[in-house]
Design a protein around this ligand. Structure first.
Ligand code: ADP
Ligand code: GLC
Length: 472
């Protein structure tokens, strides 16, 4: 079976979050199962672009409203990612350093999608499945069904995966002028509440819709920023498939970002060595349990709670622990977290920004990982942390609910709480301290987590089974 994944990001070529990790891993595992999975993203000006060789495989022109754009499809030459990796270059629009955050993102991703569909329309053999990820690629199922120029692609099966339903790509109806000539009888397939809504459109037009965990699908039916009724109506085509982790990239034994590698056998010594390096670098106390947070400093991740949680924990639990944070996002949270560094010298430190190497070092050297997320469609951090022997402290939501069992329950290994409140998180830190003080129990917890199999093998075949249901 031939599958083309279309995404805004793909690790290691580009990454803003977990979407990149998934799109960089899933196709690799689909190929291992004997299929041909390929990936196409916009051409971002990242280090990967300059460090690798690409060849031009197609050139074309697209019309978007009144504008004409020449576009170029380039392909990485050596199959370095273990799948064919393509990028779309549109001069001045897609060749930028950041993946998102430009004032013309609507135009950028509209043009990207038109170019991808136009390119596919020139393939000798169309792919069996076009698998689109999140709202940046969510107009494609509509385009191949209702845009006149692409009618011959109509029979290609489309699958839409929702990694994050908080962002739906809403735009005013005036932007519909960018859509290649389309059959306006089907305007309802684009509309949701009088806006153009790419996510709603893909839920209506794709053959199958997936979410990245089972619980998240349930949650979307009750709370999905206005799409609740649509999820209810389309529930027959929706399935939850839990993300996996790329165990070739995320393995403490071989991780090239770590100065000290370790395995299950010598994890205690290995984690200590990594913790020592971190503590020296960030002026923290090796003898205290180290609580880490890695992620986007945004409302969904409940990053706004962190300053108060850190303050209260240090004061109320008499500084028995250390905190180290890595992240970027909301300006006020960033400033708050930075300013606290001088107040809690020796107890707390943070690095504002994005740093792939440091994130690996923190998973390896941390004792506990904080994930108080208000919304967490799947979450990969907790799975990486567990593989590196770091105990996750998570809110009982979405993928966190599906991947972590509280250490108080039979066979459990994490710390779970229900409310995204300062009190619940602080109380969980208290419970984590309790666990830390019981070396035998902590050893059981850590070894149980490190043995868990959260690899992609299982989930990759679930996607294949899903495709098979729609390909006759
Ligand atoms: P989301 O995609 O919602 O941000 P996930 O848990 O699925 O959350 O994935 C986050 C990914 O991004 C993980 O690989 C995590 O290690 C990484 N990450 C997040 N913030 C940073 C950062 N500031 N520096 C390095 N890696 C980060
Ligand atoms: C999104 C979600 C995150 C998920 C990731 C990969 O960014 O916020 O929970 O793990 O996508 O699917």
């Amino acid at each position: 079976m031939e599958i083309l994944h279309v995404s805004a990001e793909c690790y290691p070529a580009s990454k803003a979050g977990g979407l990149a990790d998934v799109v960089g891993a899933l196709p690799k595992y689909q190929n291992k199962l004997g299929h041909t999975a390929k990936v196409v993203t916009p051409m971002h000006r990242t280090k990967f672009l300059y460090d690798n060789d690409f060849e031009v495989v197609h050139k074309g022109d697209i019309k978007m409203g009144d504008l004409w754009f020449p576009y170029t499809i380039i392909k990485e030459k050596t199959n370095k990612l273990d799948f064919d990796f393509y990028m779309v270059d549109i001069n001045g629009l897609l060749d930028r350093e950041k993946i998102y955050g430009y004032s013309d993102d609507i135009e950028r991703f509209f043009a990207f999608q038109i170019a991808v569909v136009d390119w596919i329309s020139k393939w000798k053999h169309a792919p069996g499945v076009i698998h689109v990820h999140d709202h940046h690629t969510a107009f494609i199922p509509f385009m191949i069904q209702y845009c006149y120029a692409y009618q011959h692609l109509k029979s290609i099966r489309t699958v839409f995966t929702i990694h994050n339903g908080q962002y739906q790509g809403w735009m005013p109806w005036t932007k519909v002028s960018y859509m290649p000539a389309w059959n306006s009888a089907y305007w309802g397939k684009l509309d949701w509440n009088k806006d153009l809504n790419p996510m709603a459109s893909a839920i209506k037009c794709a053959w199958k819709v997936t979410t990245v965990s089972y619980s998240y699908l349930e949650e979307l039916r009750y709370n999905s920023k206005g799409l609740e009724a649509l999820f209810e109506y389309e529930k027959g085509k929706c399935t939850g498939i839990l993300n996996g982790i790329d165990t070739a990239v995320w393995d403490p034994e071989t991780d090239s970002y770590l100065d000290k590698n370790f395995s299950l056998k010598n994890y205690q010594q290995g984690k200590d060595e990594n913790k020592k390096i971190l503590c020296e670098k960030f002026n923290l106390d090796f003898d205290k349990p180290l609580f880490i947070f890695i992620g986007r400093l945004v409302h969904e991740k409940a990053a706004d709670l962190l300053p108060q949680v850190i303050n209260d924990s240090i004061y109320h639990m008499k500084g028995q622990m250390n905190f180290l944070l890595l992240g970027s996002g909301d300006y006020h949270v960033e400033r708050h977290l930075e300013n606290m560094r001088s107040e809690f010298v020796g107890y707390y430190n943070s690095q504002i920004g994005y740093n792939e190497k440091l994130s690996h070092e923190m998973y390896a050297g941390g004792d506990f990982l904080l994930m108080p997320s208000r919304v967490e469609p799947c979450g990969l951090n907790q799975m990486y942390a567990m593989r590196y022997g770091t105990v996750p402290i998570v809110r009982n939501t979405g993928g966190l609910r599906d991947t972590v069992i509280d250490y108080g329950d039979v066979g459990g290994y994490g710390v779970k709480f229900n409310q995204a409140s300062v009190w619940d998180v602080t109380y969980s830190i208290h419970r984590a301290l309790d666990l830390y003080k019981q070396p035998k129990r902590l050893h059981e917890v850590r070894t149980t987590m490190m043995k868990l199999d959260n690899s992609w093998e299982n989930s990759a075949s679930k996607y294949i089974e899903l495709y098979q249901q729609i390909i006759h």
